[in-house]
Design a protein around this ligand. Structure first.
Ligand code: 3PG
Length: 210
């Protein structure tokens, strides 16, 4: 099973901004306790890679990937840290080629038909639809996805998705999983709100009806 199929089984991806590597394992444990052993650790903070590596090394039950992967070097750093997949808010053919060479499944970001076609040309199986709500929400994704249904491309809407709208997004057959920071916000992590994170993870899992 491809890693994006595994991700689709969960239907929802916690998007994580990690300020301190030492929060990585308690965070992973909270997500595991909530029945959602999955995380996209965004490479936006100096300690993100170290935190990702901690999770990959010490919590093998977690499906952990890297988000906000912007450069060829980050492809290799993410892979070396143990990322099983990678995503980006945008699409960069050079980064995609590097990820392919490194054997790191990569979902680039798209918000236009042109970007979908770039992803298809690069052989992508899944794309991040970003920023999902400000870009035009479900109506825009429906229109963008329609010409490419026969390709089987899957979408991961992220940016403005909430527990309240998760079900509407997942009702679209092309949407494999939504992403969002609401399950474990930067503030939740900074304040060690592990029970709240576990609770929100469980609530999100319960909303995924497939
Ligand atoms: C991302 O970091 O991929 C998105 O900005 C997450 O958006 P959200 O904070 O609206 O969930």
């Amino acid at each position: 099973m491809s890693v994006f199929h595994e991700l689709a089984r969960f239907g929802v991806v916690p998007v994580i901004v990690l300020d301190r590597a030492e929060d990585a394992l308690p965070l992973a444990d909270a997500l595991i306790a909530g029945g959602l052993p999955l995380a996209e650790i965004t490479l936006r903070t100096p300690q993100a890679l170290a935190g990702l590596a901690e999770i990959a090394r010490h919590r093998p039950a977690m499906l952990v990937g890297a988000g906000t992967v912007l450069t060829e070097d980050q492809v290799h750093e993410a892979k070396a840290a143990g990322a099983r997949f990678a995503l980006s808010p945008g699409i960069d053919p050079l980064v995609l080629t590097e990820a392919q060479g490194a054997g790191l499944p990569f979902a680039p970001g798209i918000a236009t038909a042109t970007e979908v076609q770039m992803a298809l040309r690069a052989g992508c199986e899944m794309v991040k639809f970003f920023p999902a709500v400000p870009a035009g929400g479900i109506a825009l994704l429906k229109s963008i996805a329609a010409p490419y249904v026969h390709t089987g491309l899957g979408y991961n809407p992220t940016g403005g998705v909430t527990a309240e709208t998760l079900g509407d997004w997942l009702a679209l057959p092309q949407v494999r999983a939504v992403g969002g920071t609401w399950i474990a916000t930067q503030a939740d992590i900074a304040t060690g709100a592990w029970e709240a994170i576990a609770h929100k993870a469980r609530a999100a899992v319960d909303l995924v009806t497939r």
